[in-house]
Design a protein around this ligand. Structure first.
Ligand code: 0RA
Length: 672
């Protein structure tokens, strides 16, 4: 391959015409670069999560992360995001601007390098906390490759530069198009319809990430203008950073005290933490490394948990709140009702785990442990009334956990007595390989009966649920375990449950986990299918079940084991023996259009119970003819908000929420 020519710096632009070209020749090297972007287009799945809604939004996350990096480097204070009337998106920052001069090695401008080189970002400096690997950090060049067009504008050295690309290929050189007083970068793109199934940006998703970034980066002001839907500009700026983040997370709950907030820098690592207890029983810890949400936790979370347990036990002992013969608080005890946000900025983040979002850097555990130890002990010394309130909460939790333990024991002993570990109502399947097994959770005994008759006995098990299962959002674990439906569910699934909170036992992060262990490897059915009536009660039962899974068995959702059955709403009978089923009004009308000559009747199913076993099997259970929707956890912050609002005990926010999210409530913001 020919070595690239070294090109000289372009001449000063002609100020009179204001349109000048930064001239350069195409080189062999560039050819391979374009091949690189072609590879992104050929196999987008290697670079972004998918070519659906998620991947589409990842383009946005990538672009705004570049501006945030510039803010972390200390050069950017404002970012403006615009959703344009044509569906394209732009992100403008007031940073230094992507370099426009020519890179000696390649003969390309900094702008073109950034836009056409995979992972070029890290090559030339930028923010020190640039993320490597993982979902983020794929580079803005991937966005370019996957866009029908992308226009980048840079303001630098008193000039405004512009270059346009189509499907990754430059279609103009970097041109000077005007003067500029300030500095900054705009990236404006339209995702390619040849790549993405749909290219509709979801303003709510955009706002969610913007808000999160604004909480995490308190020096930055981020605005969002939705010109497509004609909404006024929203501005996000939180001068108190994470303190405001925990307040916002607790908005629909009753907090016990003002946020506890501290930040420390040690060596090259920055650690910021905010804590606020509320009067619920849930634990909510959100952890970020370099602004990436670590849904699987990691070393920062384990360091935090260890220190929290230690500091609270020490304080309680020292001040006589735990007596000599009292046992220490467990980690679960001190985390009941805890909302916390942990954010670390570090130089070489290592991400591990199933979804590559778990922070793995071992040095961070001790660092966070030591910082939390010092800062929190000091806070407790200076704020004894807050310390006392938190410890009283832990004492109640400790007693309740004792009661729950006895209840769990009872569940175990009961099943030992009955000489079977499985609940009586469960109609189990005969297959023993869980990967091939499905469990239908069916509302009501009559539908349960039809399901039992209509199922494939080898691979399909049925557990009928009578009446409503308990709302675990309002009850502590001991109460939840008294509920017969919940006990049957736990035994049928075989996994056990995690302590309240993120339902995952923090992935074994903490060392003192008590008796509640969730073990995904014990799962007896790899598909858990919720089958409820298409009415208000059915919706409610589905939400109750999802709430339970979310709070106590979250990995079931995270690993994609939970599904929603899609029973038909309409039956269309034509002639003597033709029958058609429709899940939506649209499907129904389509069928009716096709049948218009015939003598047809349309019936509406009021519930699953109205279908006979054969109908239920054919329309909703048989893998060859049914449709299932998989429940996906798109964003834990949003999901927590949904559950605490929908199932918690404050009524006003619930009403507001349902009005505001009328559409999402039916599918719960879960994405299929
Ligand atoms: C590399 C070096 C410099 C700035 C940037 C990258 C930069 C990239 C992006 C992407 C979006 N906004 C951005 N802002 C800046 C600094 C070059 C210098 O002035 O020394």
């Amino acid at each position: 391959m020919a070595k690239p020519e070294i090109l000289t710096t372009p001449q000063t632009p002609d100020e009179q015409s204001l349109v000048t070209t930064v001239d350069r020749e195409y080189t062999a090297q560039e050819f391979t670069v374009l091949e690189g972007l072609e590879a992104v287009r050929r196999r987008p799945g290697m670079y972004i999560a998918d070519t659906g809604v998620r991947g589409l939004h990842q383009l946005f996350y990538e672009v705004i992360d570049n501006s945030i990096d510039e803010a972390l480097a200390g050069f950017c204070t404002r970012i403006d995001v615009v959703l344009h009337p044509d569906g394209s998106l732009s992100v403008t920052d007031n940073g230094r601007g992507i370099p426009v001069d020519i890179n000696k090695e390649t003969g390309l401008t900094g702008v073109e390098l950034a836009m056409t080189r995979l992972h070029a970002g890290s090559k030339f400096g930028g923010g020190g906390y640039r993320v490597s690997g993982g979902l983020h950090g794929v580079g803005v060049s991937c966005v370019n490759a996957l866009s029908e067009w992308l226009v980048v504008e840079v303001c630098r050295d008193g000039k405004r530069y512009r270059q346009r690309f189509e499907r990754g290929t430059p279609v103009t050189p970097l041109e000077v198009v005007g003067k500029a007083k300030n500095t900054g970068t705009t990236v404006h793109w339209l995702p390619d319809h040849l790549i993405f199934e749909k290219r509709d940006y979801d303003p709510e998703r955009i706002v969610r990430r913007i808000r999160e970034l604004a909480f995490l980066n308190k020096n930055v002001t981020i605005t969002f203008t939705d010109e497509l839907h004609g909404e006024p500009t929203q501005t996000f700026h939180y001068k108190n950073g994470l303190a405001e983040f925990v307040q916002w997370l607790n908005e629909n709950k009753d907090p016990l005290h003002k946020p506890i907030h501290f930040a420390r820098t040690r060596e090259d690592t920055f650690v910021e933490i905010a804590i606020q207890y509320n009067d619920t029983y849930q634990e909510n810890i959100f952890a970020f490394a370099n602004n990436i949400h670590n849904t699987e936790g990691g070393t920062h979370v384990s360091g935090f948990k260890t220190a929290l347990t230690r500091v609270i036990n020490n304080y309680a002992r020292k001040n006589g709140l735990l007596k000599e013969r009292d046992p220490n608080f467990s980690g679960d005890d001190v985390r009941e009702g805890l909302t916390a946000v942990i954010s670390v900025l570090l130089l070489n983040p290592q991400f591990e785990g199933q979804t590559k979002t778990k922070l793995g850097n071992s040095e961070i555990e001790g660092l966070v442990n030591s910082i939390v130890g010092e800062a929190l002990s000091q806070y407790f010394e200076e704020n004894p009334s807050v310390a006392r309130r938190i410890i009283e909460k832990a004492l109640v939790a400790q007693r309740a956990r004792e009661a729950a333990r006895r209840a769990a024991d009872l569940v175990k002993r009961q099943s030992a007595l009955e000489n079977t570990s499985l609940p009586g109502k469960l109609a189990d399947c005969s297959e023993r390989d869980p990967r091939l097994c499905e469990l239908f959770l069916v509302e009501g005994d009559s539908a349960g009966g039809s399901a039992k008759q209509g199922r494939d006995r080898r691979t399909q098990a049925v557990l009928p649920l009578r009446g409503k299962i308990l709302n675990v959002e309002k009850a502590r674990l001991d109460k939840a375990l008294e509920n017969e439906e919940i006990r049957a569910l736990i035994t049928a699934l075989g996994t056990g449950i995690a302590g309240p909170g993120n339902g995952s036992n923090g992935n074994g992060d903490e060392k003192d986990n008590g008796d509640f262990k969730f073990d995904l490897s014990k799962l007896r059915y790899h598909r858990i299918i919720i089958m409820t009536d298409a009415d208000v009660d059915g919706d409610h039962i589905r939400t109750l079940l999802l709430t339970f899974f979310f709070r106590y068995m979250r990995p079931l959702i995270e690993e994609g084991h939970v599904y929603i059955a899609q029973p038909p709403l309409y039956v269309i009978k034509a002639g003597k023996d033709e029958r058609y089923y429709a899940r939506t009004e649209k499907d129904r009308d389509e069928i009716l259009r096709n049948l218009k000559r015939k003598n047809v009747t349309v019936g509406r199913f009021k519930g699953l119970g109205e279908m006979n076993a054969e109908e239920l099997a054919e329309t909703t259970m048989n893998p060859a003819t049914r449709r299932l929707v998989r429940v996906e956890l798109e964003d834990a912050v949003a999901a927590d908000e949904i559950f605490s609002v929908l199932m918690g005990d404050k009524v006003e926010p619930r009403k507001e929420y349902i009005v505001r999210h009328a559409k999402q409530v039916t599918n719960l913001d879960w994405h299929a």
